[in-house]
Write a protein that binds this ligand. Structure first.
Ligand SMILES: [Zn+2]
Length: 307
């Protein structure tokens, strides 16, 4: 088996309340699809461990972590921001979500698997060093990337983010870090309205109009992401895998189709094969229309598995 599938049942227990788009049905839809398609038989199932406090402190402030603990409700719900609803089991789920990415790094760096997909919630890329936001509590991917930097001494980590929303948290945490190249593509102007799109030495931001479709998406990636990634020669590639730019997903206006997610995954695999011995750690972010989410995750996994 070449691909690890890392998750934990506790991720289903993070309850965001009635009618919230980021809910446990998302993971169930993915799991059902992988079972029905037979793909789950060819994945290496790994149970996500809990992240440790020291691993979280690499990207989040001690004050933020203390405030989070204090805000978690004993019963019912609490709001970390207008969209980020938490409940009694949220902290346990969030610790497994971040722990999944740490484990994925260990699996891939230890050569147990060529690549890994973390099927987790709450998602992470809006969570900044000291702020929860947009359904996100810990920046799961950033915790994993920091683990790769510190534990394995990697010097060139690429993060690619094709979620339709700007990954303000990941940008906040890694901007100015010359060991990390962060490539993102997102609808603009749009949530999180956090940072104006900019290109710096280590951040490649591609804003897309709300009317964008496959052609605009692929052209932007061909023109901006791929040359930057090829010249950076990453030792590992992390993916913020959000599927909410799909045309069936009403969380955004951008209209991609299933094949766009297959295509972008193929590009990432090609670059990882060239410089990173195929090492990829992919982490679920958004994707709220259950049918397209499940189909696109299956397709994403098939490319990672080279099936
Ligand atoms: Zn999103």
């Amino acid at each position: 088996m070449s691909t690890a599938y890392i998750s934990h049942q506790i991720c289903h227990l993070h309850d965001t309340g009635q009618g919230h788009p980021e809910n446990a049905s998302r993971l169930s839809a993915i799991e059902d699809k992988l079972l029905i398609s037979g793909l789950s038989d060819f994945l290496g199932n790994v149970e996500a461990p809990e992240v440790t406090q020291d691993q979280l402190l690499r990207v989040h402030s001690a004050e933020y972590l203390a405030n989070l603990e204090a805000m978690m409700p004993q019963k019912g719900y609490a709001k970390l921001d207008p969209d980020t609803i938490v409940s009694p089991d949220t902290m346990k789920a969030a610790k497994r979500a971040a722990g999944a990415v740490v484990s994925a790094v260990d699996q891939v760096m230890g050569n147990q698997f060529r690549n890994a997909f973390c099927s987790v919630r709450p998602p992470g890329h809006h969570a900044e060093s000291a702020r929860a936001m947009g359904f996100c509590v810990f920046n799961n991917l950033a915790v994993g990337a920091a683990h790769a930097l510190e534990t394995y001494g990697l010097e060139k980590i690429a993060i690619v983010d094709f979620d339709v929303h700007q990954g303000n948290g990941t940008e906040d945490i890694f901007i100015g870090n010359d060991k990390v190249l962060y490539c993102s593509i997102f609808q603009h102007p749009f949530f999180p309205f956090a940072l104006p799109p900019k290109n710096t030495a280590n951040v490649i931001s591609i804003p897309l109009d709300a009317t964008a479709k496959s052609t605009e998406f692929r052209t932007a990636i061909n023109d901006h992401w791929l040359p930057a990634l090829e010249s950076f020669q990453p030792e590992i590639i992390f993916i913020s895998a959000g599927f909410d730019a799909h045309r069936d997903d009403d969380m955004s206006h951008v209209s991609l189709v299933d094949d766009d997610f297959k295509w972008v995954t193929e590009q990432i695999v090609r670059i990882a094969d060239a410089s990173a011995s195929g090492r990829i750690v992919s982490v679920l972010e958004g994707g709220y229309e259950l049918n397209s989410l499940a189909r696109c995750v299956e397709m994403h996994l098939r490319v990672l598995m080279k099936l």
